[in-house]
Design a protein around this ligand. Sequence first.
Ligand SMILES: Cc1ncc(COP(=O)(O)O)c(C=O)c1O
Length: 440
Amino acid sequence: MSAIKEKDKKYNLHSWSAQNKVDPIVVTKAEGLYFWDENGKKYADMSSQLVNSNLGHGNKAIIDAIVEQAQKIPFMGPAFAMDCRADAAEAVVEATGFKGGKVFFTNAGAEANENAIKIARQYTGKLKIFSQYRCYHGSSAGAGMLTGEPRHFFNEPGGPGFVKYDGPYAYRAPKACKFENEDDVADFYLELLENQILYEGPEQIAAIWLESVVGSNGVLIAPVKWYQGVRALCDKYDILMVADEVMAGWYRTGKCFAFMNFGYEPDMITFAKGCTCGYVPLGGVVMQEKIAKFFDETSMGCGLTYSAHPMGCAAAAATIAEYKNEDIENKMKVTSKVLADILDGYVESHASVGEVRHIGLFSAIELVKDKETREPLVPFGKDPEGIMPKILGMLKADGFWTYSHENMIVVCPPLTITEEELREQMAIMDKVLDSVDQMI
Ligand SMILES: Cc1ncc(COP(=O)(O)O)c(C=O)c1O
């Protein structure tokens, strides 16, 4: 074991893992789509790290902005106004299109949701917060209770008022459902949600949360009618609609924010990740004018030493400018079509591929033992034989870096990936899926 790895394993705890099973790659260089280990092996970063390095590694404009800010004023408390702070706030709010909106900056995604919970409760004077079972919103005390998938068990019993609902997932809907089309899917899940709102008491519900495209839990893209239906239910029952754009935001889906694909506007969004591409941590909550105005006279019950940290703000302003300078929205029109065609082809060509889901460069491959029964390749919440790590290992051996969740493999390359690079990497995936076909 190398000295670096040995020291890392001795002192550093890795997330969501039994430490003895962790075998971290020692990274020594990263550039564009690629990173290299200490032995010089090259990997394509096909998950953009944790779906946050949207502009790839080593973007010079972002790094220069960070260096410049570090040399100028690396830190001033959040009470002060600064050029980088005002620029970042303007760029973020304008990106959402929320007229008269404002932003409260945090350090990352969980904290963004954490503060948005408080803002929703303070603004509405109501307690209950709805969020989906199949979702991830972070793992801190409050955000971890919003999270519906098994990682929220670590936060239980948590505080009162967190209610979970089922969001659309047609591929794994209850067996009795006979959906003819997307509208049927939307109608079914909207009816369930409205029933739940009535039984929980609309006068007690502050907000309904959703990931504008469910990310970690398998890139679940709901029908347009469903998003618009949730908006209508929120209006009908005077409930705030909060879209978590932490993973789906910042062009991942092809538009600046994912909600822009579905013809609705939430009351608040939470964001992080692609806002700085992770070069310096930053997140936040953007609220519509009505909520921002509420805090004109009412004191905001949120505060962080590092809210609107100058280094994060400088990185964010530069990153947002880079998305435009690099014409990411237009470039992605080509690459996302290439990725979509390749993935759709897998459903035909691979016995182990049950469903693929994609929007922009945000995609997941759902693996099954049997296409007819849709039995997942590994049972929910368990993988005793380590099948998914084995598949990731095969990809990694060929230099394709990504991660998996349950029975799904994530494919979310940097938005700067070229068509050639994409085809080259997906040929590796194709070959590995041939081996998975043999395993089932
Ligand atoms: C949709 C979503 N929300 C919130 C979070 C939490 O963000 P962070 O890990 O920056 O706290 C994540 C992290 O993956 C996420 O995917």
